[in-house]
Design a protein around this ligand. Structure first.
Ligand code: BTN
Length: 326
C-alpha cells in the first residue's frame, strides 16, 4: 500500500475523520499497517489527528518539500509534471544537466532539500542548507540561443511575482537576476545551456531561494537575507514551488510568443538601481556609469563618460546610501 493512497483518501474528505476500518477496507490492508503508515506520514511532517472512535483526519500538510503536496498544488500545463525530490544532491543543476542529456522532458523539476556543493554564478559556490528552495527546471522552450538569457530575466520576474502573491513582499531585481530585499540578496538564478543550444535547445534554470532558515546559518561575510528573516515565520515550500512554477510557465510561454517587450517592461518595473550610479564588473574590468535599463536583447545599458555601453554578462554593484557598493 502506498502511503499516498492514504493521503488521497484523507485529502478527499477535507476536515472529516476517516475511520481506520474504512481505510483498511478500501486499500485492502490491515488496520495495523494503516496505523504504521500514518505514523510515517506524521514523521514526514503531515499533521494527522487520530481519534479513538472516529479515525484519522488530515489537519495540515508539511511546510518542508514533499512531492505529493507539490503535485496537489500544481496548476501548470507542463512545468513540474515530472518531479525529482532528493534529501541531498551535490547540485540540482548538475543533476538536471545529467537528466537533460538522458532525455529529461521540458518542465522536469529537480529539487533537493540540501545541496552539498550548490553552484552560483561566476563560478561561485552557493550555500544550500536545509530549509531553502533549491530547484532546477529543465526547459526546452521554442526559443533560440540568443534568447537564453531572456529566460533567466523572465525567471526573476516570475519569482518576484510569486513572492508578491504569496507574502505581499516587494522584492527587486538586480541585473541580471539577483533578487534583492532591502539591499540584501534573497535569491539567485543560474541559467545553463546544455549541449548545442541550436540543436537541442535545452536550458537548465537553477533557482536558489533562501527560505526557511535564518541568515546566521550562512557562513558568508556579506550576509544574504532569508524569507524567515523577513517574515518571521517558516513558509510552505511546496506552495512556493508550485507558485513559482506557475509564474515561470506563464513567463516562458509569453517569451515563446515573442512578447519580450512586455517582459522588458515587467523586468524594468521591478529593477533596482535604475537611473543611479552603478559599477559593472566584467572579468577583471570595472565600469562606472548610470544604469539606464535593459536593451531589447536583455543587455544592461550603462551610460558612461564614453557613451552608452551594453553588457550581456557581468555583475552590477549598486551604491548604498552609505556610499558603499553592494
Ligand atoms: C547566483 O549566484 O546568484 C545563482 C545561484 C543559483 C543557486 C541555485 S540553487 C539550485 C540550483 N543548483 C545549483 O547548484 N545552483 C542553483
Amino acid at each position: 500500500m502506498a502511503r499516498q493512497d492514504i493521503l488521497h483518501l484523507l485529502a478527499s474528505l477535507p476536515g472529516e475523520y476517516v475511520s481506520g476500518e474504512k481505510i483498511s477496507q478500501q486499500l485492502n490492508v490491515t488496520r495495523a499497517s494503516v496505523w504504521k503508515q500514518i505514523k510515517l506520514l506524521k514523521e514526514e511532517g503531515f499533521e494527522i489527528e487520530a481519534h479513538t472512535n472516529r479515525g484519522y483526519r488530515l489537519i495540515k500538510t508539511p511546510l518542508s518539500l514533499n512531492e505529493w503536496v507539490i503535485r496537489q498544488m500544481l496548476d501548470t500545463c507542463a512545468l513540474g509534471h515530472a518531479i525529482i525530490l532528493e534529501d541531498e544532491l551535490t547540485s540540482t543543476n548538475i543533476k538536471a544537466k545529467e537528466l537533460a542529456r538522458e532525455g529529461g522532458i521540458h518542465g522536469e523539476v529537480i529539487l533537493a532539500k540540501r545541496q552539498r556543493a550548490g553552484r552560483g554564478r561566476m563560478q561561485r559556490g552557493w550555500e544550500s542548507p536545509e530549509g531553502g528552495l533549491w530547484m532546477s527546471v529543465i526547459l526546452r522552450p521554442n526559443l533560440s540561443l540568443a534568447d537564453a538569457s531572456k529566460v533567466t530575466l523572465a525567471a526573476s520576474v516570475a519569482i518576484v511575482d510569486a513572492l508578491a502573491e504569496l507574502y505581499q513582499l516587494r522584492v527587486g531585481i538586480k541585473w541580471p537576476n539577483d533578487l534583492i530585499y532591502n539591499g540584501q540578496k534573497l535569491a539567485g538564478i543560474l541559467g545553463e545551456v546544455v549541449g548545442e543550444w541550436n540543436s537541442v535547445q535545452t536550458l537548465i534554470l537553477g533557482i536558489g531561494l533562501n527560505a526557511n532558515f535564518t541568515r546566521e546559518r550562512l557562513g558568508l561575510a556579506l550576509k544574504p537575507i532569508t524569507l524567515q528573516d523577513i517574515l518571521g515565520y517558516e513558509v510552505d515550500l511546496n506552495k512556493l514551488t508550485a507558485t513559482i512554477l506557475r509564474h515561470l510557465e506563464n513567463q516562458v510561454i509569453a517569451l515563446e510568443k515573442n512578447l519580450f517587450k512586455e517582459l522588458c517592461l515587467n523586468w524594468t518595473a521591478r529593477a533596482v538601481g535604475l537611473g543611479s550610479e552603478v559599477k559593472v564588473l566584467r572579468g577583471e574590468q570595472i565600469f562606472h556609469g548610470v544604469f539606464k535599463g535593459i536593451s531589447q536583447d536583455g543587455e544592461l545599458l550603462l551610460n558612461t563618460e564614453q557613451g552608452t555601453m551594453c553588457f550581456s554578462a557581468g555583475e552590477v554593484q549598486l551604491r548604498a546610501a552609505s556610499g558603499q557598493y553592494f
